[in-house]
Design a protein around this ligand. Structure first.
Ligand SMILES: [Zn+2]
Length: 69
């Protein structure tokens, strides 16, 4: 059983990205909660079934988008 199976749809209804307040979606492959705002796109880790909705704990799912020119 993955950690994200412990997160209920009800939680997702009320949860929001702390950075931009967009709804969150579960990324089952990475076991993270991903912001649905494509401009934001932060991925929040889930530890022991508890989502860590902290901006400084989040990471961007597509590092290529962070290319610094
Ligand atoms: Zn966001």
């Amino acid at each position: 059983m993955s950690l994200t199976t412990m997160i209920s749809p009800r939680f997702l209804e009320v949860a929001a990205c702390p950075a931009c307040h967009a709804p969150l979606a579960i990324d089952y492959d990475a076991s993270v909660l991903v912001c649905t705002n494509l401009v934001c796109g932060l991925a929040y880790p889930v530890r022991d079934g508890i989502p860590i909705l902290l901006i400084d704990q989040a990471r961007r799912p597509n590092p290529a988008n962070d290319a610094q020119l």
